[in-house]
Design a protein around this ligand. Structure first.
Ligand SMILES: O=C(O)CCC(=O)C(=O)O
Ligand SMILES: [Fe+2]
Length: 316
């Protein structure tokens, strides 16, 4: 009997795409990425420029971090996007904590000292190296998307005003008999530009396609999921899709993930390059941080979907 393969996200070899820089196939590589973000809002990236040793180290450190006493973990309350989250009745398996300005030495140092007042050089060094390397991947992907729209001239300014949060996640295994005992995260869309998701072995992320199907993402070893958020949807004039997604735990193994979330500081202008006859202007300039505030205040009528339209959409 022919076995039907479960649908998965598109897989793109970013290391290979990067090597086309300066060659005639560069724009084709850029278009592949842009089209995946337009169609699925996300894709699986193969990227071999971050050593496996460092990635494994990051997950060992994540475990060490979540083993700290709760009273230490809850000290992380710096602002609304990076704070400690845990013990939620509607997502009881979830625990996570974020590092603000994670691609800067100061950001990682602040967080390390908050969790380990006597210091933890292993954590500081590895997390700092990892965040910077993933930050480079983030910049590369944005450059490719911008160039694919013919909007490459805005990339420098975009990179300069990008701020990244590195959030570490620990999900307990599925718990039978517990209310919401399978929920790792509730259905939502991300609110920034790109989120770069890395996991340790155990799957659990599912993503909704434009036509409402759910894809259970099967991460190839060492891959990353690249996911666009509401800010990218608005920046691209609705061409990029901000996909609903969630984490569901099924097996008896815990799941660890590490995500670099990027946000733009200052006003996000919709570039004229994404507007044409087929795509009339649909969004007003907006502040990414205000979009976040709008979401966290619970204002959107649909808390599980993109807030871009209701926050900064142009109503006819
Ligand atoms: O842990 C994951 O894979 C996804 C978590 C997530 O979607 C989020 O926190 O925004
Ligand atoms: Fe998310």
């Amino acid at each position: 009997m022919a076995s039907q393969k479960a649908p998965n996200l598109p897989i793109i070899d970013i290391s290979k795409a990067k090597r086309t820089s300066g060659t005639p196939s560069w724009l084709e590589s850029c278009a592949t990425i842009r089209h995946a973000l337009e169609e699925y809002g996300c894709f699986l990236a193969l990227y071999d420029e971050i050593a496996s040793k460092l990635k494994n180290e990051v997950f060992d450190l994540a475990r060490e971090l979540f083993d700290l006493p709760l009273e230490t973990k809850i000290k992380n309350t710096r602002n609304m996007i990076d704070g400690y989250i845990g013990q939620l009745p509607n997502a009881p398996l979830h625990e996570s904590t974020g590092i603000t300005e994670a691609t800067t030495d100061e950001g990682v140092e602040y967080f390390t000292n908050l969790m380990w007042p006597t210091g933890n050089d292993r954590f500081r060094n590895a997390i700092s190296s990892y965040a910077k390397l993933v930050g480079e991947l983030e910049n590369l992907l944005n450059k490719m998307v911008f160039e694919s729209y013919g909007a490459g001239k805005y990339i420098e300014q975009h990179i300069e005003s990008t701020t990244c949060v590195l959030r570490l996640f620990s999900y307990k295994p599925f718990q039978e008999g517990l209310e919401n005992g399978e929920i790792g995260t509730n259905i939502h869309t991300d609110k920034g530009f790109l989120s770069i998701i890395h996991q340790k072995g155990v799957n659990g992320l599912r993503v909704q396609t434009r036509d409402g199907q759910w894809i259970h993402v099967d991460f190839p070893p060492d891959s990353f999921v690249i996911m666009a958020g509401d800010a990218y949807e608005a920046w691209s004039n609705g061409r990029i899709y901000s996909a609903k997604h969630q984490v569901i735990m099924t097996g008896d193994q815990p799941r660890y993930s590490v995500i670099l979330f990027s946000f733009k500081e200052g006003t996000v202008e919709i570039p004229e390059e994404v507007v044409d006859e087929e795509h009339p202007l649909q969004y007003k300039p907006f502040e990414n941080m205000e979009l976040l505030q709008y979401y966290y205040s619970g204002t959107p009528s649909d808390m599980s979907g993109s807030a871009a339209k209701s926050f900064c959409g142009i109503t006819a």
